[in-house]
Design a protein around this ligand. Sequence first.
Ligand SMILES: [Zn+2]
Length: 133
Amino acid sequence: MNAQRKILCPVCQVNFILKETKEPGEKVICPVCGAVLIMVLKQDQIGLERPKDISLEDEIRQRMDNFARFRGYRFNEMKEALVEGLLKKHQRFGDFYCPCRIDNIQENVCPCIYTRQGDVEINNRCHCGLFWK
Ligand SMILES: [Zn+2]
């Protein structure tokens, strides 16, 4: 595996530089959205996939915890209701779309593009009130 190569996050769709050498099956955390991902090898190409061996709840909790840690954000008592909302969205629409937004589109997958682009810095919180400054 080559170090210092760009790899696509299947959650936030951003290419990031993979700094460490990883082998297929190893865990990688997206530095942009915090998603926990697994390195896979497909037709001699390395790629990342969402883990299949953890529950959906663990997947979204790990992602939001990583993202908050990277950015220095915190949660408050609204967190549990929003985790539930995200799980319901996944159940109905197939992905962790923001429970507070109507459109179930890629940009609204948690952490949504607005949050990733700095909404919390401007408003002290994300649209939902999941992430707080
Ligand atoms: Zn990502």
